[in-house]
Every structure is written in structure tokens, then in C-alpha cells.
Design a protein around this ligand. Structure first.
Ligand code: GLU
Length: 339
């Protein structure tokens, strides 16, 4: 399934294989576009619980490549909020902005191996062409078989798309709907590098999860669909994608997800009300029925209270409604082997 890779990249992937043999690794990967709202923090708590209950290490990775959306001080604020809650990570936090060399070498290996093709479709053209498909704009393949060239044209470089052949993209999903989407009809050829040089999340996240030997990815259910292109990237690097937990999003009273712009829902207003970390952890855990309403406990105490199996059961219960994410696709995934 993998492409021929330069030996340096092969070595990094093999080092990650060896790391995985030493034990599980989890991670939390926030985008520092502002302070984390309670929904993000609850996902961080779940990712931490999953890693620690598995006896694994837990990494913090800042997805800080989207510079225009980044807010000064956001990285420090994220680290301070996690620490205040008692969510601890191992080693130095990672920053994607310091890892661009890895992404560049994967992109050139993909390009050499014919996994990418240049695309000169403008956003405007695509808005007219692509039929929205379950909320996911499916690229119609306009540039797929045209030699559009990859030098600058009218001062503009092409974007680079991942060529996906028809077939199922599958991953082991332990919380959300079964991990399976059809590449050609449900995912489409995604952009890995935009014309302006911006590296797509699908590329960077999949490369990092692989090279950092992440064994379970825990993140919000809104990223369930995004897993499919990441599976494709990982498979072209010769390895399956990590096991995934797409956990329920925290919804407000109106049933809408908490958004970053509702900054009032971050920790600061709660601290100003006089709530301490034990009260906030209690509130987060109670919102998932992990503990009774009104509980006060530290993150370390919650860890003592929980075990991996009951955490999974409780989250699956909360995720039942997420089955609707796949409604209408009608694809039946062949059963994944459990070995
Ligand atoms: N940085 C992404 C976000 O905050 C999440 C990445 C991930 O967990 O895969 O939405």
C-alpha cells in the first residue's frame, strides 16, 4: 500500500514502529486560534484519560500552521489552562510550525510517486462545480487527468491534490460510527498543499500521528469524516491510521456546539465566578455522566475513578446520535478483523 520513500523517511517511520511497541501514545492537538472553550477542554480531558488509562504517554501538539488565524499568546494560554485543570503531558509540547521539514519530505515523496497531481481550479470554479455531498465538497476531478503543469502560471502555483482511487478507506473506530468511507464518492481528491503554500491539516495531522507513534487519536466527532483522507495519507506511508475515538461534542442548551468565538465559555469566566479546577473537572465529567452532577474532583481523582472499558461505554452512549453523520451513504463496510 505504501509508496517508495526516501531512506530518511523510512527510518523515521520505523523508529515510530519501534516506539509503538513500547506502549500506547495519545495526543491532544489544539489549534491556537484563541483560548480553548469548555468543549475543547473536555475533549482534552478525554484524550488524557484515554492515554493514561491505557498506561500510555500523552503528547501536546499545537497545530499552529494557520498563522493568520493564530492569536498571540494562545499557545501559552492553552498550556496554562490544561495545567490548571491537571491535564499533564509528556515531554515538550510540539509545534507543527517546527516540523514543516517532515511535511515537505512527505509531499515530495508523494509527488515523485505519482500520488499527487497539480490542480489549477480556483475556489470560485469549485464552488460552481462541486456538488456538496453530505456537507463535504467533493472535488469533481477536473484536473485529475490533465497535465496542467506545476510551474507558476500568471504568477500562481497550482495546489496539489491527493489522487484517491475508488475503494474503501477504513479505520478502527472505537466510539463514533464505524470507520469507513468510500474514497471516490464520499471523500474525493483532497488538497494537501494549497496554491499559496499552506499545508492541509489532513497532511500534517496524519504525518504527525504516524511519526509520533500515536496509537489512539481522541478528538471531537466533527472530525470523524476528516479521518478518511488521513487514512489515505497514512496508507501511502505504508502504515494504517491510528485507532480513533471521535467523542461527542459538548452542545449548549439549544443543542448547538460550543464554538471558539463564544469565548465566554472558556475557563476565565468560571474562575472569576470562583470555581476551582475540581469544580470544573466535576462539571465536565458530569456532562458525560461519568460522575454524578455536582461532583468535585481533580483530574487525577477522576483517573482513579475510571477504567477504560466504562469510559468507552459511556462515550459510545453519548455518541449514538452521531450515527446520523453517515446517513444516506448506504455503504456497508466489510467487518474489520480485530487482530
Ligand atoms: N487542530 C485540530 C482542531 O483543533 C484538531 C486536530 C486533531 O485532533 O486531529 O480542530
Amino acid at each position: 500500500m505504501g509508496l517508495p520513500l526516501p531512506s530518511r523517511l523510512e527510518h523515521l517511520i520505523e523508529a515510530a514502529d519501534r516506539r509503538r511497541l513500547q506502549g500506547p501514545t495519545g495526543r491532544f492537538a489544539p489549534s491556537p486560534s484563541g483560548p480553548l472553550h469548555l468543549g475543547n477542554l473536555r475533549t482534552a480531558l478525554l484524550a488524557w484519560l484515554q492515554a493514561r488509562l491505557s498506561g500510555g504517554r500523552f503528547l501536546l501538539r499545537h497545530d499552529d500552521l494557520d498563522l493568520p488565524r493564530q492569536r498571540p499568546g494562545a499557545i501559552e494560554a492553552i498550556e496554562a489552562d490544561l495545567s490548571w485543570l491537571g491535564i499533564t503531558w509528556d515531554g515538550q509540547p510540539l509545534r507543527q510550525s517546527e516540523r514543516t521539514g517532515f511535511y515537505a519530505s512527505v509531499l515530495s515523496a508523494f509527488r515523485r510517486g505519482g500520488a499527487l497531481y497539480p490542480c489549477r481550479c480556483s475556489r470560485r470554479m469549485l464552488a460552481d462545480l462541486s456538488a456538496p455531498h453530505g456537507g463535504w465538497p467533493l472535488y469533481p476531478g477536473t484536473c485529475r487527468d490533465q497535465a496542467v503543469g506545476w510551474g507558476p502560471r500568471q504568477g500562481r502555483l497550482p495546489s496539489w491534490r491527493l489522487r484517491l482511487e475508488p475503494g474503501l478507506l477504513r479505520w478502527r473506530e472505537e466510539i463514533g460510527p464505524e470507520g469507513c468511507l468510500e474514497a471516490a464518492t464520499q471523500v474525493g481528491d483532497v488538497v494537501l498543499r494549497r496554491a499559496d503554500g499552506f499545508l492541509a491539516y489532513h497532511l500534517t495531522s496524519a504525518v504527525d500521528d504516524l511519526l509520533l507513534a500515536v496509537t489512539t487519536v481522541v478528538r471531537g466527532a466533527d472530525l470523524w469524516r476528516s479521518t478518511a483522507p488521513q487514512v489515505a495519507v497514512s496508507e501511502r506511508l505504508g502504515r494504517p491510521f491510528a485507532t480513533s475515538w471521535h467523542v461527542p461534542l459538548w452542545l449548549d442548551e439549544r443543542g448547538q456546539r460550543l464554538a471558539k468565538r463564544q469565548a465566554a465559555l472558556g475557563l476565565e469566566p468560571l474562575r472569576q465566578e470562583g470555581l476551582d479546577a475540581a469544580a470544573v473537572i466535576g462539571r465536565m465529567a458530569a456532562s458525560l455522566e461519568l460522575v454524578p452532577t455536582g461532583s468535585r474532583l481533580s483530574a487525577a481523582e477522576l483517573l482513579q475513578e475510571m477504567d477504560l472499558a466504562s469510559l468507552q461505554v459511556q462515550l459510545r452512549r453519548g455518541a449514538e446520535g452521531l450515527g446520523t453523520l453517515k446517513e444516506g451513504f448506504g455503504i456497508k463496510c466489510p467487518t474489520l478483523r480485530s487482530d
